[in-house]
Design a protein around this ligand. Structure first.
Ligand code: GLU
Length: 386
C-alpha cells in the first residue's frame, strides 16, 4: 500500500529508541530527549493511538553512573550496568510522563519468553491491559538473564517481535541516521535516505552495511533485519532519525521522513494461515447452534456460554477446533483457557468466569482475531474470520 494512505490507518505503533538517540553526544541520558519523545507519545495517545516503546539505554546509563571510563565491558559487566541503568532509564521516562499525569510500565523480555506460547500470551495480555489502562509500556531486553541462546541480541530484533506480539500496525525504529541510506567512505550515512522499500533484498542489505554501534548493539544491519521481520509478518516499518524534533508525530502525519518499509503481506491472512495450518490441533470444543452462527456469520468471538462439550486436554495458547453438535468443523482458534478451565466455565456467561475460576484471563475463550472460520472442504474463509 502507498505510504501516506497506510500511515493514515495506523492505530497501534511500536517505537524503538536506540541508545544514541537518548544519549546525544555527551554519553549520558539527556532529559531533553526524554521530554521530546514523551511529548510526541502523549500527542499520539491524545489522538487515540496506542504506543509501545522499546527503549535501549540501560547499559549506557549504568556506565555513566558507575564506570564512565572503563574501556572494554564483558557480558557480566554489561549485565550489571544494565541492571544499574534500567532504573535510571525508567526514572527518566516516568519524570517526563509526570508532566502529563501519565504512567510508565517496565516490561523486560527475553527471546525465550516469546518463543514459549504461554509466556508469549501472558506478555501480550499484560501489554494489552497496560494499553487499556492508558499506561505507556516501555520494553527492554531482560539483560540480567541473557545468555547467547536466549537473548534477542539487540533491541531492533526485540522491537520487531514486540510489533508482532501486540499486533501493531507500524514499527518505528529511531536511530542516529536519517533512514536507510548508503554510507560514505568516511563511515558516515549519506544524508538522503531511500524513501520507500517494497521488499528487503540482499542488495539492499549490502547497500546499507554500516559500522555497528559501539554503545548499543546493532547498527543499520539489525534495523533492516527488524524491518524485514516486521514486514514479512504484515506490519509496516519506518527507520528514521530519532534526533529530529517531532519525528514520531511527523511520520504518523504522513511527512516524508526516513525510510518506509511496506508490509509484504496481509497481516490477517498471514495469521489465519498460521493458526489454521501451522498449529497442531490440541483439542475440540463442541458449540451450540447460537455460538456457531455468531462466529461463522456475525464475526464474533467465541464465549464460554456457547460451549457444550470439551474434548481432549490442552493448555491455554493452544489451537483447538470448533465443531457443531453434528461433528462438523466450523473454525479453528487459539484458546485463552485450558481444557480444564473450559470444562468449569462451559455454558456460563463471561461475567461469571471470575467467580467460577477465581480469576479471569480474557472475556473470550477465543478472540475473533485468533479465530479462523473454515469453509468446509476448502480451508480458510468466510465471514467472522478476523
Ligand atoms: N538492552 C540494552 C540496553 O538497554 C541495549 C541493547 C541494544 O542497544 O540493542 O542498554
Amino acid at each position: 500500500m502507498e505510504r501516506t494512505r497506510y500511515l493514515e490507518t495506523v492505530h497501534r505503533v511500536v517505537v524503538k529508541i536506540g541508545t544514541h538517540v537518548l544519549t546525544g553526544d555527551e554519553g549520558g541520558l539527556s532529559t531533553t530527549v526524554f521530554d521530546t519523545i514523551v511529548n510526541q507519545v502523549i500527542q499520539l495517545s491524545e489522538m487515540g493511538k496506542e504506543v509501545v516503546l522499546v527503549s535501549s539505554g540501560a547499559i549506557a546509563a549504568g556506565r555513566t553512573l558507575l564506570e564512565p571510563t572503563h574501556p572494554n565491558t564483558s557480558i557480566p559487566e554489561k549485565q550489571a550496568l544494565a541492571a544499574i541503568g534500567q532504573t535510571q532509564l525508567m526514572g527518566m521516562y516516568q519524570r517526563a510522563l509526570d508532566r502529563h499525569g501519565r504512567r510508565a510500565a517496565q516490561v523486560l523480555l527475553t527471546r525465550d519468553d516469546l518463543s514459549h506460547r504461554r509466556r508469549y500470551l501472558n506478555a501480550r495480555n499484560t501489554l494489552f491491559k497496560l494499553l487499556q489502562f492508558s499506561v505507556i509500556p516501555i520494553v527492554n531486553e531482560n539483560d540480567t538473564v541473557m545468555v547467547e541462546e536466549i537473548k534477542f541480541g539487540d533491541n531492533d530484533s526485540l522491537s520487531a517481535r514486540v510489533t508482532i506480539l501486540v499486533d501493531a500496525d507500524l514499527l518505528v525504529l529511531l536511530t542516529d541516521a536519517p533512514g536507510l541510506c548508503a554510507w560514505t567512505d568516511e563511515g558516515k550515512p549519506e544524508q538522503n535516505p531511500i524513501p520507500f522499500v517494497k521488499e528487503v533484498t540482499p542488495e539492499l542489505r549490502d547497500l546499507a552495511k554500516g559500522p555497528s554501534d559501539p554503545l548499543g548493539t546493532g547498527g543499520m544491519a539489525t534495523k533492516i533485519e527488524a524491518a524485514r521481520i516486521a514486514t514479512e509478518a504484515g506490519h509496516a516499518a519506518v527507520i528514521a532519525d530519532g534526533r529530529l524534533p517531532s519525528v514520531i508525530t511527523g511520520i504518523l502525519q504522513g511527512e516524508p521522513i526516513g525510510t518506509f518499509f511496506a508490509p509484504l503481506k496481509d497481516r490477517l491472512t498471514h495469521k489465519k494461515h498460521w493458526i489454521a495450518y501451522s498449529l497442531q490441533k490440541k483439542g475440540e470444543l463442541v458449540l451450540d447452534e447460537g455460538a456457531v452462527q455468531a462466529i461463522v456469520h456475525r464475526g464474533k468471538s467465541l464465549l464460554s456460554s456457547g460451549v457444550v462439550e470439551v474434548r481432549g486436554r490442552f493448555d491455554n495458547g493452544e489451537m483447538v477446533v470448533c465443531l457443531d453438535e453434528n461433528g462438523t468443523e466450523w473454525a479453528r482458534g487459539i484458546t485463552n483457557y485450558s481444557s480444564q478451565e473450559i470444562r468449569e466455565i462451559a455454558g456460563r456467561k463471561s461475567s461469571e468466569i471470575e467467580s467460577v475460576l477465581g480469576y479471569r484471563l480474557r472475556d473470550e475463550l477465543i478472540h475473533r482475531d485468533e479465530l479462523v472460520v473454515m469453509t468446509k472442504g476448502s480451508g480458510v474463509g468466510g465471514q467472522g474470520s478476523g
